[in-house]
Write a protein that binds this ligand. Sequence first.
Ligand SMILES: Cc1cc2nc3c(=O)[nH]c(=O)nc-3n(C[C@H](O)[C@H](O)[C@H](O)COP(=O)(O)OP(=O)(O)OC[C@H]3O[C@@H](n4cnc5c(N)ncnc54)[C@H](O)[C@@H]3O)c2cc1C
Length: 378
Amino acid sequence: MDTDLLIIGGGPAGCAAAVMAASVGMRSVLIEADDALCGALRRIPVVSNVLGAASGPDLAATIEADLARCDLCRVELGGRATLVEGFDDRVEVTVEPVESVEPVEPVRLGEPVRLGEPVRLGEPVRLGEPVGSIKPVEPTEPVEPVKPVKPVGSAWVRGSRLTARYVVVATGVGPLGPEEAGWLGGVAGRALPPLWEADPAAIDDRTVLVLGADRPLGTVARAHPELRTRFVVAYPPEDVYKTEEIRRDARVELVAVRRLEFGSGSAPVTAEIRTVEGERRTLTADLAFLNLGSAPAPPAGAVVADRAGYCPPGRQHPRVFTAGDLRSARFQRIATAMGSGGEAALGAYYASRGLPTGTGGGPSTEVGGPPPDPAGGG
Ligand SMILES: Cc1cc2nc3c(=O)[nH]c(=O)nc-3n(C[C@H](O)[C@H](O)[C@H](O)COP(=O)(O)OP(=O)(O)OC[C@H]3O[C@@H](n4cnc5c(N)ncnc54)[C@H](O)[C@@H]3O)c2cc1C
């Protein structure tokens, strides 16, 4: 065996699993595809629901320092786990090296936008001006798309295999693409960067068409109260519950749509919509961003997914534990990710001692109440 516990994913769930495993004496190897831990946290400027943390980057730095001090955990960056296999006595995980990409320059006003197909910046929009009256501007030069430059995972060769007694899978969720949103049309070949990548300077004083009402909109709005951006948010009716966070922000116009079809031009961006009330309108904006939400993408093999692609802990192979956002479309928060990561590691520990691993609620795992904790509370 290479180690006691393999951990796939170095977000808050995977990192919490690593320190919890160490606290009960288990050795672990944490495999992270990116070239740093907690990449998602680094994109959350303001955090208000995690004890002891006020910003994502600060929390990521603290977690990174905790992992660096954790002697029983080895962190391996730049490797993507592609296959998890569960056997009676072990798990095996196949890892492939990941190619890094050249960093993308932040978008600044007056400069060409560097993400895929050129997006053109329009004239500044005065607050209160109707969306339909933005003037087009001259097109800017297209630029090269982002290219892979070098592998970041020095330790990984193609098809590396690691074995352990247990695995925690904490690979989170990734952004949904426009082709996965049935209500969007005319998106083929169109550059639609995610909203959380938007450079605040590039959207200030602009009208921005936001496709979908997912949480990053609230994060951007909360983190940048100074922005005079007009956010025109087109979203499908089933996402109405996501709009609570931004409903009272005067910069936001919410438009529930059945269908949105992009026009051919991109300076300005135009889209024909059919609202839930059946009204037909044209939306016009300087820029368009995706904000559709996310979906899980676990490694292939033994990780069991439900119909929506999520991987509930209770349905896994006895040597596979899932944690964090991967578990469910709900409970996707930093604190719950950390809690579930810690639980997953303790689950592996209890299993290694032949003890039930459930957290209660099901008669099959903990008849007669939970066992005493041999770890003494960690
Ligand atoms: C814009 C935005 C704002 C948010 N704001 C808040 C907030 O204010 N408060 C809050 O509580 N939550 C917030 N969240 C949610 C929070 O970020 C997540 O709930 C949390 O990061 C989930 O942690 P995780 O470890 O499950 O997944 P992630 O943080 O996504 O980590 C998963 C890791 O696994 C890696 N990985 C994926 N696949 C593989 C693979 N095959 N092999 C190896 N590594 C892999 C990824 O690179 C990633 O580092 C926000 C999310 C977003 C997108």
